[in-house]
Design a protein around this ligand. Structure first.
Ligand SMILES: Nc1ncnc2c1ncn2[C@@H]1O[C@H](COP(=O)(O)OP(=O)(O)OP(=O)(O)O)[C@@H](O)[C@H]1O
Ligand SMILES: [Mg+2]
Length: 508
């Protein structure tokens, strides 16, 4: 850490939400031209800290100083004027506007007015050159992939000349190669003098990227150090406040005579999923790996009845079942923890109890009623089992930290005692400790005879948990690995395709 004047400082900054002290008296400074990591368990206060820096949340007490001068942000716009921007997973892209409009439009500038199109095109081209992003300026932002939308947000921050950019879990929706590219961009930003505050649960990533790392626990700053002095294990210990065992649960093979509990045969969605078949035995965890866009999520959505199939049948315990809607799927004993907790899974304004017990599946349908009498006890049991942390089970889900929201989604499905669990990116946004809890839970459920279909972009996760891994590419299954063959290198090569050599750092 240098002796230069700090670009931005937090002095005893604090924030309370109702009964929760989200951030308690944090004092912290950030330098120019640096990448700073911020880690901590779910609910530790990382996002709240980032939001205070970016004017989204107003501190109850304490000061924010820029180059030694106290500043007060009334709004994100205010913070942006002072050069501070935040990029979160809840991207603030306007889907119906073009890429170029999204980069240059702001709340202060609701239409392009008299700004000449060619002037904007020039500025856009300059930003594209600077960042190396090649996004067609006229594409509608809503049609861009998440990785590209994040690029739009970065370009927007740069267009506003942001000198401090808070990135809050931006890689959670990116593939490994997209993440690698983002890191190059972050390093390039540092070269330009930008301060990047990088919040993530991927501790290896954080350590490889940042100069300094700060650990938060329960709203307080508990450790600050140089990244090179830390390991994932040392960070986790600081995060949870004790030494924490990071070993994955051991793989218990299903008994040799375990029946095929679930099969999807020849599932096809024209142009997206091509003749994909999967079978899962009781007690078996089958992983599906592949790059984002390879058709993994589309396949399971088609299986679950969330999207229409053009062909294919579903069998439970050897018998064909009609699954035309998620309601059919749930009645047949198929549960799905969907990829997008906001769009498909949770009602943000409703309470935890309501989310867990209501037979409503977001954009899906109604299904799977519960016995009202055991509802309370069961919810309590499951939230405890998942170590779901909230001020109360009556708290709105929208007020929970990201990881705790994910646990609500799990609780909802476990309550329905399914035969097959389809988990699509089940630990996205979940901290290391909670991740292990979810891994143990999945392994446990399999032990109890459930079949599990696990879709994950995290190789460690899909390899570490699954008995067998299928790799998808371009809507097809292109490889299957088990036993000794199941390793990072094999899965990665199959995912990219033999003809495309992955960059060396990707297969390390
Ligand atoms: N708008 C809000 N209303 C009520 N409580 C909130 C609100 N925002 C955050 N909290 C609470 O403040 C605490 C800190 O939340 P925060 O989102 O900052 O955690 P985090 O470290 O970012 O966690 P995660 O890793 O899960 O994203 C949590 O207990 C959370 O439930
Ligand atoms: Mg957060």
């Amino acid at each position: 850490m240098s002796a230069r004047p700090r670009r931005i400082e937090l002095d005893e900054i604090a924030k309370r939400f109702g009964g929760v002290q989200a951030v308690r008296g944090v004092t912290l400074g950030f330098d120019e031209a640096s990448i700073v990591g911020l880690v901590g368990e779910n609910g530790a206060g990382k996002s709240t800290l980032g939001k205070m820096l970016a004017g989204v949340v107003h501190p109850d007490s304490g000061r924010i100083l820029i180059k030694g001068e106290e500043v007060r942000f009334r709004s994100p716009r205010d913070a942006l004027r002072q050069g501070i921007a935040v990029i979160t997973q809840e991207l603030s892209i306007i889907p119906k506007r073009s890429a170029v409009e999204n980069v240059f439009l702001g709340a202060e500038q609701p239409s392009l007015g008299f700004v000449s199109k060619s002037a904007l095109a020039k500025r856009y081209a300059a930003l594209a050159e600077l960042t190396g992003f090649a996004i067609e300026p006229d594409t509608l932002a809503g049609e861009l992939r998440i990785a590209e939308q994040i690029r739009i947000e970065i370009m927007r921050a740069l267009a506003r000349d942001a000198r401090v950019i808070v990135m809050d879990e931006v890689t959670a929706s990116l593939t490994f190669d997209e993440s690698e590219r983002l890191f190059e961009i972050v390093r390039a930003l540092r070269e330009r003098g930008t301060t990047v505050i990088y919040i993530s649960h991927f501790l290896d990533e954080v350590l490889a990227l940042v100069d300094d790392v700060h650990v938060m626990r329960d709203g307080a700053l508990v450790k600050s150090s140089t990244a090179s002095a830390e390991t994932p294990q040392s960070l986790v210990n600081a995060m949870v406040g004790r030494s924490f065992d990071m070993t994955l649960p051991p793989k218990q093979l299903p008994p040799a005579d375990a029946p095929v509990v679930f099969a999807a045969r020849n599932i096809t969605r024209r142009g997206i999923v091509n003749d994909v078949s999967v079978s899962v035995r009781a007690g078996e965890i089958v992983g599906i790996a592949g790059l984002i866009g390879s058709g993994r999520s589309e396949f399971v959505r088609a299986v679950f009845g969330a999207d229409k199939r053009d062909a294919g049948i579903i069998e439970l315990l050897g018998k064909p079942v009609k699954v035309k809607s998620p309601g059919d799927a749930v009645r047949a004993g198929i549960a799905m923890v969907p990829e997008s907790r906001k769009d498909d899974g949770l009602m943000m304004r409703r309470s935890i109890v309501e989310n867990v017990t209501l037979p409503h599946i977001g954009s899906f349908t109604r299904a799977g009623f519960l016995d009202k009498r055991d509802e309370g006890t069961k919810v309590a049991e499951i939230t405890e089992r998942l170590d779901l942390r909230a001020s109360s089970v009556r708290a709105p889900v929208g007020a929970l930290s990201g990881g705790n929201q994910q646990k609500v989604l799990f609780a909802k499905w476990l309550l329905r005692a399914p035969k097959v669990l389809i988990a699509d990116e089940p630990t996205r946004g979940v901290d290391v400790a909670a991740k292990l809890q979810i891994y143990e839970l999945i392994a446990d459920l399999a032990q109890q005879g459930l079949g599990v279909l696990l879709i994950s972009s995290e190789l460690e996760e899909v390899i570490g948990l699954s008995h067998r891994v299928l790799v998808m590419r371009d809507g097809r299954i292109v490889a299957e690995f088990a036993g000794d063959q199941l390793d990072r290198q094999h899965v990665m090569q199959a995912a990219f395709g033999a003809q495309v050599e992955p960059a060396p750092e990707l297969v390390a």
